[in-house]
Design a protein around this ligand. Structure first.
Ligand code: SF4
Length: 311
């Protein structure tokens, strides 16, 4: 997908730290409004409603300014996720440096920081990340839901999968905890075993999340499947119109077997914080994670936590 033309504006915000209502709790930080990666399945496009944007998702970016965080230690031990409804390392970051700025401000906070990205621009800040890792828990996550660059190009305007995986390796080799976020898992298209094999030696965690088509992008995706993969239409109809969960239930089982066969833990709650032995990333089952209620993920969702210890 070609990067769309972006309309940019500067906006003032009072506080860059937003209390999160996700199951993981803590805070979310989005240094920009909008996202030029323009993923066709982007759940964050609902942001348009709250920000007065009528343009197509991916074609606008508001660059936030905020007063400096006065007391970073307030976030000690708190989960802070950077990039829940944008990618903090989108191409505009090269010019504006907002993500670098927030990282500088949280550098000695003692927070448990996770950066979510589809970019390799994060490598620009590798020295800073190393420094942050000394004072905080730091994790960097890349979304990789395919190894097929053509499918990737059909879905988003972010950098190639190879560049994401290369960045993941470099950050992992620098001693920083990494996640390979297999999301969203497209039925019949996302090969979780192939991605696991490709990423297992360069990540601590593999997160699995199903494609959710409840957003306004359902038609876009269904049209795409009808055009490019018409053989999958009956399956998508079962899952997304008839609400049949058997595909993801079977995939959940397959993921658990994959974990068992490879000496990996299989959990539905990634806590407590840990580093996995190389080659044996913890596999985290976040299928239908939106059903987890409350501010904390209890790990008692719909299955027991497997007590699989890696060698
Ligand atoms: S990278 Fe994330 S926030 Fe950006 S368009 Fe894609 S799904 Fe949306």
């Amino acid at each position: 997908m070609k990067q769309p033309e972006i309309k940019t504006a500067l906006i003032d915000t009072k506080n860059i730290m937003t209390k999160s209502n996700t199951p993981l709790g803590g805070y979310s930080v989005n240094p920009y409004v909008g996202c030029p990666h323009a993923c066709k399945y982007c759940y964050a496009s609902f942001m348009k409603r709250f920000t007065g944007h009528t343009e197509e998702w991916g074609t606008f970016m508001d660059v936030k300014t905020w007063p400096k965080i006065k007391n970073p230690r307030k976030y000690e031990g708190q989960k802070v996720i950077i990039g829940t409804v944008t990618d903090g390392y989108n191409p505009l970051e090269e010019t504006y440096g907002n993500t670098r700025r927030i990282l500088e401000e949280l550098k000695e906070s003692g927070a448990d920081i996770t950066i979510c990205t589809k970019s390799d621009l994060v490598l620009r800040d590798l020295d800073l990340l190393r420094e942050i890792d000394r004072h905080n828990r730091l994790t960097v996550s890349w979304s990789v839901n395919t190894l097929d660059e053509t499918f990737k190009d059909d879905m988003d305007a972010a950098v190639s999968i190879e560049r994401r995986l290369a960045a993941m390796k470099q950050v992992y080799d620098a001693g920083i905890r990494t996640i390979c976020f297999i999301s969203p898992v497209f039925p019949g298209l996302t090969d979780i075993e192939a991605i696991f094999e490709r990423a297992r030696n360069q990540c601590d965690l593999i997160w699995l999340e199903n494609l959710n088509l409840r957003g306004g992008f359902k038609k876009t995706i269904m049209d795409y499947i009808a055009e490019k993969h018409p053989d999958l239409i009956p399956q998508y109809d079962e899952i997304y119109n008839k609400k049949n969960r058997s595909y993801f239930a079977a995939l959940e089982k397959k993921a658990e077997e994959m974990a068992l066969n490879n000496g990996c833990r299989f959990v539905d709650n990634e806590t407590p914080y840990e580093r996995a032995p190389k080659g044996h990333p913890t596999i985290v089952n976040y299928f239908y994670h939106e059903e987890v209620k409350g501010s904390n993920n209890t790990g008692r969702r719909n299955r027991k936590v497997s007590q699989i210890t890696s060698d």
